[in-house]
Design a protein around this ligand. Sequence first.
Ligand SMILES: [Zn+2]
Length: 190
Amino acid sequence: MKKNLMLVVLLALIGLTFQNCYGQTSKDQGKDSKKAPEYSRTDSAPVEKANKDWQKILPSDVYEVARLKGTERPFTSPYEHSKEIGTFYCAVCGNPLFKSDAKYESGCGWPSFFEPISKKSIIEANDNSLGMHRIEVMCGRCKSHLGHVFDDGPPPTGLRYCINGVVLDFEKAKTAEKKYEGKKKGNSGS
Ligand SMILES: [Zn+2]
């Protein structure tokens, strides 16, 4: 009897380890693999799609947060401490959400911003789940869940948009690169 129990526990542990490893791999590879046909960084037309259809397109970690209102594990997003200059887009539909100049280190474990690109880039809604009152933040174009907004942020807004990194796509600013290239050329010519 005891031996059988040990075996079950051992198998469960192996299963968990495998699941963790597999989860990590799919997260690393999944980000840029599949995009919805509606994915666009310039088209602002609303995107409506049933969750069963999203599930076929999105990587599982993106689907879980964006469509099932999940939360990624804190301190796991590479965007949390990123200082690069550019724009953060919705990973589901490509809608521009936040500029890097509105990003700051809140220490809460998720990428944090003090304001969205515009009022239209996000939707806010009351969230009374988990026995607390919070304000949920969704993508203004595809209504994917992004995170929550709290009123303990820095000036000028005093807001903290606490966003799951897995539902963000980042693109470096092109103008900054051009300026740098121009500078390089100028230097080499002199
Ligand atoms: Zn979106």
